[in-house]
Design a protein around this ligand. Structure first.
Ligand code: EZ4
Ligand code: CO
Length: 402
């Protein structure tokens, strides 16, 4: 069996997506998600100009060798752009493997450890009352876990909080916007939101919060400690992760569980975090973290240290990635939770999906491979348009040093 060609499909049904399609001499093809929010064309170019030419003629069943070819075989290892490309190639090859063997992806990586996957949704609002109302609605709609973000008094635009009634989307068309943030106002305010949320929502629902790396270690430790009485499921990205040792201070001071890694891309970002048990959940998604092949290794190592999955699943990751995440979560023992934000309607014109949300869980069917398909004609109706994530400054204009 041989790879005969591959193409990169860039489209923008409401937001930009990059999809890799690998075709074979047996007529079977596989799909991988290569979307990197705000850097789509960089990944597309790396795939088209450098990766695809050396994929042609290889046997697509050799997922392990091909992974090492594109990771260790390349002099300039790691980095978000190249790892997104490696991930997309790997996902597409596992999709092909499932299709030729006639079985869903989860069967290739351990079978079912559970029947369905617990998810959390996003809830936010401009002020505490709106947030708790929206959370109550989410719980009524079946969610058992909600991520709570709230506007901060005195801060014009808090990242992670949607504007008006539009679907939440942190990237904006054109060059990056510059936004302003005040960590001290944020730290003073956020514990009161969770106090109110627990009063209104009770203790059963899982509450999560995303700091989006906006604290120093000592600030994050204070926040984790002050949130302790409200028993969060997790506190996400409390600090930027480049300095793994920075997590030590948070751990020493608080029992609030920690999730990190949506911007990480290899196991080497986690070695200290795992071996010193500084975190509880791994956020690194299939489409940025080296695909199925690499994440199987990451989660084998994580399981030794009682660390579970908590994959990134915002709407800037395509349905191909979400389906792969569900398969992965179905199969591994150390599953934690999956982030789930439903995609906009237009996205479903382009991608056919094989998963469904019910009563707080995502369920996936037994279509062979990953089970998601792309309609290239529909994709062509939505051409790419540049959109970037914001740049952040302190209130006095200083670039943040998180
Ligand atoms: O900011 O996906 O946990 N979710 C998040 C997301 C990220 C975006 C960045 O592309 O932090 O909202
Ligand atoms: Co996040």
């Amino acid at each position: 069996m041989k790879i005969t060609s591959a193409k990169v499909i860039v489209c923008s049904p409401g937001r930009n997506f990059v999809t890799l399609k690998i075709l074979t001499d047996e007529g079977v093809y596989g799909l991988g998600d290569a979307t990197l929010n705000g850097m789509e064309k960089a990944v597309a170019s790396y795939l088209e100009n450098y990766c695809i030419p050396s994929l042609i003629g290889r046997d697509p069943r050799n997922t392990e060798d091909i992974w090492h070819y594109f990771y260790r075989g390349v002099y300039w290892r790691r980095g978000a752009v190249s790892m997104t490309a490696v991930s997309a190639i790997d996902m597409a090859l596992w999709d092909i493997k499932g299709k030729i063997l006639g079985t869903p992806l989860y069967n290739l990586i351990g079978g079912k450890s559970r029947e369905k996957v617990l998810v959390y949704c996003h809830v936010n609002g401009k002020e505490t009352g709106e947030v708790t109302e929206n959370a109550a609605k989410a719980i009524e709609n079946g969610f058992r876990a909600v991520r709570v973000q709230c506007g901060v008094p005195g801060v014009g635009h808090a990242y992670g909080v949607q504007k008006g009634s539009r679907a939440y989307e942190p990237a904006h068309r054109g060059i990056p916007r510059e936004e302003y943030f005040d960590t001290s106002k944020y730290l003073n305010f956020i514990p009161s939101v969770f106090e109110k949320a627990r009063q209104v929502l009770g203790s059963d629902v899982h509450l999560l919060h995303d700091v989006h790396h906006r604290c120093t270690p000592v600030e994050a430790a204070r926040l984790a400690q002050e949130l302790e009485p409200f028993h969060l499921f997790w506190l996400e990205d409390p600090v930027a992760g480049e300095l793994q040792e920075g997590l030590r201070m948070i751990r020493k001071i608080s029992t609030t569980p920690i999730a990190i890694g949506e911007v990480f891309n290899t196991i080497y970002d986690y070695t200290t975090l795992f071996s010193e048990q500084l975190i509880d959940y791994v956020r690194m998604p299939i489409c940025h973290g080296g695909g199925i092949t690499h994440l199987l290794k990451v989660f084998a190592m994580a399981s030794v240290y009682h660390i579970n999955s908590g994959f990134h699943g915002a709407t800037d990751l395509s349905p191909v990635n979400l389906a792969a995440s569900i398969h992965f979560n179905m199969a591994i023992n150390n599953f934690g939770i999956q982030e789930y934000m439903p995609h906009q309607e237009e996205v479903n014109e382009v991608f056919t999906i094989n998963y469904v949300f019910k009563d707080g869980f995502l369920n996936i069917d037994d279509t062979p491979g990953t089970g998601v398909d792309i309609d290239e004609k529909a994709a062509a109706k939505y051409p790419y348009e540049m959109a970037r994530l914001p740049v952040n400054r302190k209130m006095d204009g200083t670039m943040f040093n998180w």
